[in-house]
Write a protein that binds this ligand. Structure first.
Ligand code: 2NL
Length: 366
């Protein structure tokens, strides 16, 4: 049968020349499909005499196998070149530098908070936060602020709708309620009972009804608390001297402690740092003027008792200051309200790199 060699040549030729998988499939159908040339030979076998059928059948089977092998080989060759083409086409140059993107900056308040963490962290303080919305007990009563105290007045405090049980709620007017919550904490009380010392700073947002050139209704405070059986006023003084010198980066910065009054401390002291004015410019350091920057005192026994601790056993000091104010002093920002204008040009000027973490060894500020 000459037919066989012609069919063989045509079928293998079509496989060899198939330019893509679709053409290859067409070649397969033309040879091995229902109406394919090789299938036609198979069908013709039935009409042959047995001896001839055996001999010719073997040859047709061999041809079928040959075509299948060729199809397989061509298929892998086509897939390999398709993959190579795809890889060449979709090549990405990972060495290309990225397009420059605008880099954000840290707000001076965030920067100063990071600096506070670095300085007080070095002194062994931990960091605590609490809710902006407080109940009247944590914000006032626990802190020995009597019911008729002016600080409670509607004119100063943002009162919120009371809880279902009638508890008056407020936007916290200072961060002190978080100090009360810390002293009330069971784990902290157990640590103190075991002879440990509580040292914590509490930074955060605070709120008072006040809005003029030097007051905004939302501002930031940081308070600190040290409590154990032996901490005394000498520790208060040393801690605040060290803090102010580290923060303002003036090694011989003089401090002045003035007697004062807060309901939650007794005795109480306000703290001034030395400064001088030249041509309307403020310079922080030994000079002929003083700037008030923080309030402090020994925690009032009533506050210790209100927070579930025995004031005959525990004593310590606390302090508080305005973060916005110390940020303005340190970085020469003269308008408090500019802090909250969200002006990008202002942020580009006064902002800090988010990648430079302040530390006492690596440098605190700019
Ligand atoms: C200021 C003064 C101060 C405190 C805050 C405090 C908290 C507790 C107990 C005792 Cl729970 N004291 N805090 C003490 C003295 C001063 O802040 O001028 N802040 C801007």
């Amino acid at each position: 049968m000459d037919d066989l060699s012609t069919i063989r040549r045509e079928a293998l030729g079509a496989v060899e020349q198939a330019a893509d998988l679709a053409a290859l499939d067409a070649a397969r159908v033309a040879a091995l499909g229902k109406k394919g040339s090789v299938t036609g030979l198979m069908k013709a076998l039935g009409a042959l005499a047995p001896a001839e059928r055996r001999e010719f059948g073997a040859r047709v089977n061999q041809l079928k196998g040959e075509i299948e092998t060729a199809l397989e080989a061509r298929k892998s060759a086509l897939s390999a070149s398709a993959l190579a083409a795809k890889l060449a086409n979709e090549r990405i140059d990972v060495s290309l530098p990225p397009r420059p993107e605008g880099q954000g900056t840290l707000h001076p308040i965030g920067q100063v908070m990071d600096e506070l963490a670095a300085i007080f962290g070095e002194m062994g303080f931990s960091w605590a936060e609490g809710p902006d919305i407080e109940d009247d007990w944590h914000n006032f009563t626990a802190l020995n602020i009597p019911p008729d105290h002016p600080a409670r007045q509607m004119q100063d405090t943002f009162y919120l709708p009371s809880r279902a049980d009638g508890t008056p709620m407020v936007l916290r007017t200072h961060t002190s309620p978080v100090q009360a919550r810390t002293m009330l904490d069971e784990g902290v009380q157990r640590m103190l009972a075991d002879g440990g010392s509580l040292r914590v700073i509490i930074p955060g947002r605070t709120f008072r009804i006040d809005n003029d050139a030097t007051h905004t209704p939302m501002f930031h405070q940081v308070e600190g608390l040290v409590l154990d059986r032996t901490t005394h006023m000498g520790h208060l003084k040393g801690c605040l001297v060290d803090f102010c010198r580290a923060f303002f980066e003036v090694d011989d910065l003089p401090l002045r402690f003035r007697p004062s009054y807060f309901p939650f401390t007794e005795p109480s002291a306000e703290v001034d740092i030395g400064c001088s004015w030249k041509d309307g410019e403020l310079r922080i350091g030994a000079g002929d003027s003083w700037l008030e920057i923080l309030g402090s005192g020994m925690v009032h026994p009533n506050v210790i008792a209100n927070c579930g601790l025995d004031p005959a056993i525990y004593q310590g000091f606390a302090f508080g200051m305005g973060i916005d104010r110390i940020a303005m002093l340190k970085y020469g920002i003269n308008d408090l309200r500019s802090f909250f204008d969200s002006d990008l040009r202002w942020l580009r000027h006064y902002g800090f790199s988010a990648l430079e973490w302040p530390s006492l060894t690596g440098g605190l500020g700019r």
